[in-house]
Design a protein around this ligand. Structure first.
Ligand code: NAD
Length: 360
């Protein structure tokens, strides 16, 4: 995206965003972009990502993509939230102290609940606590201030049951036992996913650029470590990207040697249509990311509506198992890739909600 040569409103029209807010505090070095994609179903909710973006257009591109993904994620999960996301442009030299985060919380507060923030890459419970000092519009708060805590175990659980559902669809097998699974990224989500896979008797392979995270997992479980450079093209039954977005592109897809891709990372397909179609051609099943990683947002939702319990969260995640199977059938029937079939399903719910709203 080249901002200098592109009409910003044309970009927003194409991506169908409702509102984009630029937040700036020169003294504190705060540069944030909050994107609200769609609020038909409810207030937009999505985490705040901190990243050392190459340039501002990359940050804008990321927040627009991620917030759109949140709209689909909440819609397909059957919860009453819209899609939003925030990014903060910062590098290791940006002083991110209490006041940096409280100032950011004030910006979130000014949106009066149209956007509810949460954790993402670069934010942790400590930052969420600072944000919560300035606004009530924050979820995934630490347990000690009345929140639901880290959503990652719930995200991992959703990915795990999605893996089981997809594997059953492909092979007819109920269990992942003895299945060769490569998890790329054993951070917050990946490590909990590995717990489930090991418990089920899968042969687990892990890869990470963070040696501490690798050590944590390999000290706990019998796993095989794979060099990050060898992940793409590594022969396995299931590849589970739990690190980065845009990992599936023409170059990587050509090298893949697996039957199923099922992981937590957001926006795994660099281009949903092109790369999703290519996976179909290569007979590699792709489990739509925004559906299978919805456990975290579902957990935030049960916190936001004020009736939080783990059981309630799990009861809203469990239906992903059958829904995913339905999406694979729908994709076959419509002759589209599973990501497109899932988007259609998510859009359909928003459209129907809009119709009944207009009847009021
Ligand atoms: P995290 O930052 O805790 O973990 C990511 C891990 O990936 C880290 O250990 C990092 O070192 C590793 N990594 C980065 N680049 C890598 C590379 N090239 N090769 C191998 N490993 C690499 O993040 P997380 O919270 O576990 O989330 C993982 C992914 O899932 C992200 O894309 C995130 O957006 C998505 N997601 C997370 C949640 C959640 O509840 N945390 C919910 C939905 C989606």
């Amino acid at each position: 995206m080249n901002i200098a040569q592109t009409n910003l409103f044309e970009i927003l029209q194409n991506s169908e965003h409702e509102q984009v807010t630029f937040c700036h505090d020169h003294e504190l070095g705060l540069k944030a972009i909050i994107a609200i994609h769609n609020t038909v179903l409810g207030p937009s909710l999505g985490g705040t990502r901190v990243w050392a973006y190459e340039d501002e257009s990359k940050a804008l591109e990321d927040v627009l993509r991620l917030s759109r993904g949140m709209t689909f994620k909440s819609s397909i999960s059957g919860i009453n939230l819209g899609g939003g996301k925030a990014v903060i442009i910062a590098d290791k030299d940006t002083k991110r102290d209490e006041f940096f985060w409280r100032r950011y919380g004030q910006f979130v507060d000014k949106l009066s609940g149209k956007y509810i923030t949460a954790e993402d890459v670069g934010t942790s419970p400590r930052e969420i606590e600072y944000i919560a000092m300035e606004t009530q519009y924050v979820s995934g708060k630490p347990l000690h201030i009345g929140g639901s805590g880290d959503p990652s175990p719930f995200t991992a659980y959703g990915v795990y049951i999605s893996m089981k559902s997809s594997w059953k669809k492909i092979t007819g097998k109920e269990s992942l036992s003895n299945t060769k699974i490569l998890v790329q990224g054993v951070g917050h989500v990946g490590q909990f996913l590995v717990d489930h896979l090991i418990q089920e008797g899968a042969a687990v392979f892990v890869s990470d650029i963070n040696l501490q995270n690798l050590k944590k997992v390999s000290d706990k479980h019998k796993v095989t470590i794979v060099d990050p450079k060898e992940v793409i093209g590594f022969e396995c039954d299931i590849f589970s990207p739990c690190a980065l977005g845009a990992i599936l592109n023409p170059e990587s897809i050509a090298l893949l040697k697996c039957q199923l891709i099922c992981g937590a990372a957001n926006n795994q397909l660099k281009e949903e249509q092109r790369d999703g179609d290519e996976l179909v051609k290569r007979q590699i099943t792709y489990a739509p990311d925004f559906l299978i990683n919805a456990g975290g947002v579902i957990n935030c939702y049960t916190e936001v509506i004020g009736t939080y319990s783990k059981e309630r969260t799990i009861s809203l995640i469990d239906p992903i198992y059958d829904l995913l199977s339905e999406i694979f059938d729908k994709a076959n029937m419509l002759k589209v890739n599973p990501q497109i079939a899932a988007i259609k399903m998510a859009e359909d719910r928003i459209q129907k909600a809009n119709i009944i709203r207009n009847k009021l």
